[in-house]
Design a protein around this ligand. Structure first.
Ligand SMILES: *Cc1c(COP(=O)(O)O)cnc(C)c1O
Length: 356
C-alpha cells in the first residue's frame, strides 16, 4: 500500500462544533456536510456532530444515509429538490427543503402530501446564485402560507463577501428589510458571517469550513479562530536525491538548485488532490521540521527540500497539511482556498480516510 493517508480526527470535529455553538450562543447550528463533509466522509462526520440541531447537504440520497445512521434532527436539502417526484422521498425522510425557484414552488403545489414539509425560502440579496428577488417575497410567503403541503417556513439568504472587507451590511440590510414584517425563523450566516458578525447569527447558523478546522478568511488563521484541523494528509519519503548547484528538479526543470541540496521525493501528487499549482516554497512538514516544496508537483509525487533535515531518510513521515501545516497555507501558495483542497482529497478517491 502507498503510505499516503488522510487521518480524520473526529474529536476535533466535535470540538469545533462546540466552539461554533459557543460563538453562536443562542442560534441553532445547521452543520454543512455537503461534498462528502468537505472531503471528510459523510457518515463518520454525522456521528461526530450528532449534537448539531441540523445537517445541511445536497441530495436525497445523502439524506437517506444520514437518517439511516440515526440522525433525528433537522436535515436540510441546500439546493432543494432537483425533480418533482423527489418530494415524496423528502416527505418520507422528514426533510426540510430549500425553495429557490418557481419550479420548486410548483413542486410544492402540484401534490397532496400527508405530512406537510418544512420550507426554507431562499432570497437572493445580492449573491445572484440561488434565490428569489426580494420584491417577490411577500407574494411567495402568501403562497406558502396558503399551501397545505407546507408546514414551517424559514427565511434564508447567503452572503457573497462575508469573508471579505465588503462584509455583509448591504445584503443583511436587504434581508432584514424584506423579512422584518414576518415572524418566521431565519438563517443567513456561513462560517465567516457567524464568526465576525453577531448581527447575522439569527435563529440558525450554517457553518461549514470552521467545523473542519480551516479558516474562511484570508487574513484570520484557523489558529486565531481556535478551531482544530480535522484532516491530516500524511505520507512518506520514498526516494532521496543529492543534487549539485545548478541542477534542476522535476517536470519543466523550473526549479534550479542555487546550492548543493538534498531533495526528498514524497508519495503524494495532484492525482491525489494535492494542488499542482502549489508554488516552490509551499510549507510542508518532514520528520520533525517544517520545510518547503520545490519544483512542479507530479501526479503521484512531489519534491521537498531536505537540506536542513539531516535526520530525514527514506520512510520518514511527511505531513502535507494537518496539525503542523495549515491547509489554508497550502491553499494560499496554490492560488485557491482550503475548501477546495479538503474536498479534492475524497474526490480523488485515491486517499484512504483513516478515522482516529
Ligand atoms: C456551503 C454553504 C454554507 C457553509 O459555508 P462555509 O463558508 O463553509 O461556512 C452555508 N450556506 C450555504 C447556502 C452554503 O452553500
Amino acid at each position: 500500500m502507498r503510505p499516503l493517508k488522510a487521518y480524520i480526527d473526529l474529536s476535533a470535529l466535535t470540538f469545533n462544533l462546540k466552539l461554533v455553538k459557543k460563538i453562536a450562543k443562542n442560534s441553532k447550528v445547521m452543520a454543512v456536510l455537503k461534498a462528502n463533509a468537505y472531503g471528510h466522509g459523510l457518515i463518520e462526520s454525522v456521528k461526530a456532530i450528532k449534537s448539531a440541531e441540523g445537517i445541511a447537504i445536497l441530495t436525497i440520497e445523502e439524506a437517506a444515509k444520514i437518517r439511516k445512521a440515526g440522525f433525528k434532527n433537522t436535515i436540510l436539502l441546500l439546493e432543494g429538490l432537483f425533480a418533482a417526484e423527489d418530494i415524496h422521498q423528502a416527505e418520507k425522510l422528514n426533510l426540510n427543503i430549500v425553495v429557490h425557484n418557481d419550479q420548486q414552488m410548483d413542486y410544492l403545489s402540484d401534490v397532496k402530501l400527508k405530512n406537510p414539509i418544512n420550507v426554507h425560502l431562499k432570497i437572493n440579496t445580492g449573491m445572484n446564485r440561488l434565490g428569489f428577488p426580494p420584491d417577490q417575497v411577500d407574494y411567495l410567503i402568501e403562497n406558502l402560507n396558503a399551501n397545505p403541503n407546507v408546514s414551517d417556513v424559514t427565511l434564508m439568504t447567503h452572503f457573497a463577501t462575508a469573508d471579505e472587507k465588503e462584509g455583509i451590511t448591504k445584503q443583511l440590510d436587504c434581508f432584514n428589510r424584506v423579512t422584518n414584517n414576518y415572524n418566521f425563523s431565519s438563517s443567513v450566516a456561513n462560517s465567516a458571517a457567524l464568526y465576525k458578525f453577531p448581527e447575522a447569527r439569527l435563529d440558525w447558523v450554517r457553518p461549514g469550513i470552521m467545523l473542519y478546522g480551516a479558516s474562511p478568511f484570508e487574513d484570520i488563521s484557523a489558529k486565531e479562530i481556535e478551531v482544530k484541523p480535522v484532516m491530516s494528509l500524511v505520507s512518506k519519503i520514498i526516494a532521496i536525491q543529492d543534487i549539485k548547484k545548478g541542477q534542476a528538479v522535476g517536470y519543466g526543470s523550473n526549479f534550479i538548485a542555487k546550492n548543493d541540496m538534498r531533495i526528498g521525493i514524497v508519495a503524494c501528487g495532484y492525482g491525489d488532490g494535492y494542488p499542482r499549482h502549489a508554488k516552490t516554497g509551499t510549507p510542508i512538514f518532514v520528520h520533525d521540521k517544517t520545510t518547503k516544496t520545490v519544483g512542479r508537483v507530479s501526479m503521484d509525487m512531489l519534491y521537498v527540500d531536505l537540506s536542513k533535515i539531516e535526520k530525514a531518510v527514506i520512510g520518514s513521515k511527511v505531513e502535507m497539511w494537518g496539525n503542523h501545516i495549515s491547509v489554508d497555507e497550502v491553499a494560499k501558495n496554490s492560488g485557491t482556498v482550503g475548501y477546495e483542497l479538503l474536498c479534492n482529497i475524497s474526490a480523488s478517491s485515491r486517499v484512504p480516510l483513516d478515522y482516529i
